[in-house]
Design a protein around this ligand. Sequence first.
Ligand code: ZN
Length: 137
Amino acid sequence: MKLDHIGVAVRDLEASLKAYETLGLTVAHREHVERDQVEVAFVPFEGGRFELLKPDAETSPVGKFLAKRGEGIHHVALTVEDIQAEVERLKASGVRMIDASPRAGAEGTLVAFIHPAATGGVLVELVQRPEGAERHV
Ligand code: ZN
């Protein structure tokens, strides 16, 4: 498994992007993920990238996270070669999953979230990149 990205919940995407640009980083890709009701912006750094997440509504999962915990790290995403096999393996090992099977994520990826109860309070996202595709950043 390799680090793919660190998900960060933000209230104001433009203001947050500005802050990251001040650090010397540049946004590489933006996308609206309908299913998760979020606007995402990927900001690469050496060895990984931030995924800034701005919820569409307070009732969305990231909106609820912001209301409860405020801005900050929301999840850590790791790449896997075969997400279907990985999810099956984890379930067979008794690991509590949020997603019982892989589903569509940003950039044509397949993703599955592991429940934070299984990982010391950290929400972990497994990501399988599209076949043969280089990531955008
Ligand atoms: Zn993510």
